[in-house]
Design a protein around this ligand. Structure first.
Ligand code: UDP
Length: 240
């Protein structure tokens, strides 16, 4: 029930790959639906939800430029990929009866709303899930940075980084080292200095400047997202 929920407004960031299931590429509709259910269970607590979804399941700018494509063009393609993922998530959430808005950093009025901060805040107040698409709208950035930026602008109380195959931040890669240890809490500075795999450095810097906590958790456990909001489960909290 909503009485013991710790946050009233949160940002959920997932990578594009979180939507591809066991496939090597693209969208896996049952996986999208599974994540939509996770979002629904938190939404039903009355929590206001922002989402940023990556695009790596479809296109990454760096990969494109490694194949000879001009970097900024490749980055725009990556941003467009995030719009497709946002629309897939919107469709899945709306089929569960949740009102949503896709809000794009690149104007494409036929497909998504343009980003207008005050308007987005109003959507949240009306309990619409806001899916922020097209990253920051700028090449050379990532969707992690977009998540940090929008979370600050929307005055979210935390960023939830939903991961696959890992339930927090470890001192070394838990898939390679059996003795890897998970941090319960870790500081922004340690994340930057030790280059821990949380978000890229510019995204971490943005959260640190505003003291916005980052909760790194596993998206693999059904009910995991809701559980953490209720104060349960394992995760790492990055804070000042
Ligand atoms: N991108 C960008 N600016 C942004 C966000 C994303 O140029 O503000 C591009 C970049 O090329 C990136 C791609 O979009 O590789 C997909 O985003 P990202 O790699 O962050 O997705 P994820 O790894 O989370 O799936």
């Amino acid at each position: 029930d909503a009485s013991n929920v710790t946050f009233k407004r949160v940002m959920l960031k997932i990578s594009g790959e979180a939507l591809m299931g066991d496939q090597g590429f693209g969208l896996h509709p049952p996986t999208v639906e599974r994540i939509a259910h996770e979002v629904q269970s938190v939404h039903s607590l009355g929590v206001e939800i922002c989402m940023v979804i990556g695009g790596g399941n479809i296109f990454r700018g760096l990969q494109g430029s490694a194949q000879g494509m001009e970097r900024t063009t490749a980055d725009y393609m990556g941003m467009l990929a995030t719009v497709m993922n946002a629309l897939a998530m919107q469709s899945s959430l709306e089929s569960l009866g949740i009102h949503t808005r896709v809000i794009s950093a690149i104007t494409m009025n036929e497909v998504a709303e343009p980003y207008i901060r005050r308007r987005a805040v109003r959507h949240l107040e009306k309990k619409r899930v806001c899916i922020f698409a097209a990253g920051t709208g700028n090449p050379y950035f990532t969707t992690d940075t977009a998540a940090a930026l929008r979370a600050n602008e929307m005055a979210c109380e935390a960023i939830f980084m939903g991961k696959n195959g890992v339930d927090g931040v470890y001192d070394k890669d838990p898939k390679k080292f059996a003795d890897a240890k998970r941090y319960d809490t870790v500081s922004y500075d340690d994340v930057l200095q030790k280059r821990l795999a949380v978000m890229d450095a510019s995204a971490i810097a943005l959260t640190r400047d505003n003291n916005l906590p980052i909760i790194v958790f596993s998206l693999d456990e059904p009910g995991g997202f809701k559980g953490i909001l209720a104060g349960e489960g394992t995760y790492t909290r990055v804070q000042g």
